[in-house]
Each structure stands twice: as structure tokens, then as C-alpha cells.
Design a protein around this ligand. Sequence first.
Ligand SMILES: [Fe+2]
Length: 258
Amino acid sequence: MAINISDRFLEANTARQFGLKTLIRLAPVRRKLNPALRAVLPKRARASEAPCTVTDAFDAAADHYQKHRWAFVENIFEDDFHAALARNYPPRRFLQPVAGLTKSYDRVSITDRNRDTFTPFPELLALSDYLSAPAFEARVSRIGGQDGFRTSGHLHLTRSWPGTFMIPHQDSALESDGIAAHINAIFFVAGSGGDNSGGLTLARDNELRSVIFAPRNLTNTCLIYDIREPFFHGFNPIAAGKYRHAVIMNWQLKRETT
Ligand SMILES: [Fe+2]
């Protein structure tokens, strides 16, 4: 849950967002319409044979991560897999409609309950399985510098378009005594890149004035950060003509209890 947000940032970035506010009012209608649209519209392009592979560029980020508690990785997936994942990215009718201003884009988590809905996107399910597997948990543990990171196994999927944004915030997990570390990885599958394209920005403040890092390459890249660190994360409204498709996974290290 988002905490410590700036009401001033929210007001400044939503005062003239009439289209977004209309879309939010239409969320119940879109929610009802999406299953019907999924049933009648084409589902996907041809499936790929490319296996899901996270490259060793991920493991090479360990030193930077352990020093700064964040790291940015380029060429995160093998090229063939990345191309198929980007080509077969689910359309908006497969996601939950935007329903609030603070995270104002369509998104959905893939769980055991809705996994069948994503059968038309085998690359996405392969990625979900790959990132949930014990072998990848071990790689995350090496990045984190401690054994025992475990994932919820729920891949979170987002689609953003011009005007949508994420209010800079910290996560409530920051205040959880039971968690020693919590690594979030946001995989940028495809995006326009450059300024105001939805690159998740890490900052020291909740209005993105004191930026620590702002990703500019949103094609086959990944930002890893520890939400237990006192960073804020968010992004400004996406500029006209730009977009971002990104998936998120997280791994927690529980504090040992005696
Ligand atoms: Fe967050």
C-alpha cells in the first residue's frame, strides 16, 4: 500500500486530467465489458518457441545493488524471448481497469485464480513461472546478499498511456517489522523511453525533486530496488504519444524470529 504521498503532487498532476477521471468513472462498465471483449476479439499473435531466460546481466548487478540498494539492468531477457514477450503483451481487456488517480493505469496480478485467462500469452506465464522458481529465488538471494528470499509468485502486469502516472510513494511494507528485506523488480518490456515515459523513478522526496535514478531505456530493461529503503518511487504523467508496458515481481526476506 502506498504511504507518505504528496497531496500537492496529486493535485498538480490531476487538476486537468479530465479524460483520466472519466475513465475512472467508467471502471465498473469496463470491468463488465472486458470479459465480453476477451471472448470476441482476437487473442494473440503466434506463440514463440523461445524459452524464458533472464540473462547474467541480472546477476552482474549484485555489487551495485548491495552498495546502493537499487540497480538498473539492460538486456535483462534473451533477445528472442524478449521479442516474443513484447509482441504478445496482453491488450487492455485482459487487465483490471484504472480505478483511482494515484496509480492511474490498467493493471492486474496473475494468480492461481485468474491464470487460465492468460493462457493466450504463454511467454507471460513462462516468465511468471521462471521468476517464481526456487532457482530464481536463489539468484535474487545472491543479489540481496542473504539467503532466503521468497516470492509471492504473483506477477503484476501493467499498461500505461499518456497522462497516466504513479504518485511518488513509499510502501507500507517499509513499516513491517517481520520483513528484513523486500526486493521489487520492475521489468520494462516495452516503452517509448526518454523523459516522461513511465520509467519508475527513485527519489529522496515524494515530489520527485531529488532524483536518485530515472530509467530512460524502457525496452528489455529492469530496475531492482529494496522497498525497505527510504526511497520514494513513482513516475510523472506519461507524455503525449508515449507508453509503457511493464511487469513487476517481488521477493521478501522474512526476519528470523526466536
Ligand atoms: Fe510501491
